[in-house]
Design a protein around this ligand. Structure first.
Ligand code: OFO
Length: 170
């Protein structure tokens, strides 16, 4: 049986992952409106990843006999000044999420919940990839700058991204 504080904290993180999906879908809609369909595709895939992160928490709560409690999802922003501003936001957001995951690990350790700590290590590793991926695209968008040809090339590249579900969500 899962500790009540741990259950509440995981339910909050489930909401945060759903918010991340919402945020990236909103960013995708922004890129669609700017006719950057490759950037929009990258965001769509990112939103799918976030949903899979949320479902992994959902499944863990069910597996441990704890109650999943869904709450209101905050409205995401809808406008950004530029593609660079979007990816600066993505990178900041992922750093913030890493902080949330680290706090969950701190809680699991503080109550000697080794099973949850072990489960959370997947997210610890995933956040390293999330930050690397966000900062990688940010650097490329900065290099492309305002140049239409640079943005066009990057849009082509980002259109190639496909969703690969984590093993446990397949
Ligand atoms: Fe769920 O990793 Fe991004 O937010």
């Amino acid at each position: 049986m899962l500790d009540e504080k741990m259950t509440d904290a995981i339910n909050k993180q489930l909401n945060a992952e759903l918010y991340s999906a919402y945020l990236y879908l909103s960013m995708g809609a922004y890129f669609e409106s700017e006719d950057l369909s490759g950037f929009a595709n990258w965001m769509r895939v990112q939103a799918q990843e976030e949903l899979s992160h949320a479902m992994k928490f959902y499944d863990y709560l069910v597996q441990r006999g704890a109650r999943v409690t869904l709450t209101e999802i905050e409205t995401p922003p809808t406008e950004w000044d530029s593609p660079v501003a979007v990816f600066e936001h993505v990178f900041e957001h992922e750093q913030m999420v890493t902080g949330l995951i680290n706090k969950l690990v701190d809680l699991a350790i503080s109550i000697s919940d080794h099973a949850t700590n072990n489960f959370l290590q997947w997210y610890v590793a995933e956040q390293v990839e999330e930050e690397e991926s966000a900062s990688g695209v940010l650097q490329k968008v900065k290099l492309a700058g305002e140049s239409p040809s640079g943005l066009f090339m990057l849009d082509q590249e980002l259109s190639q991204r496909v969703f690969n579900p984590p093993a446990s969500s397949q």
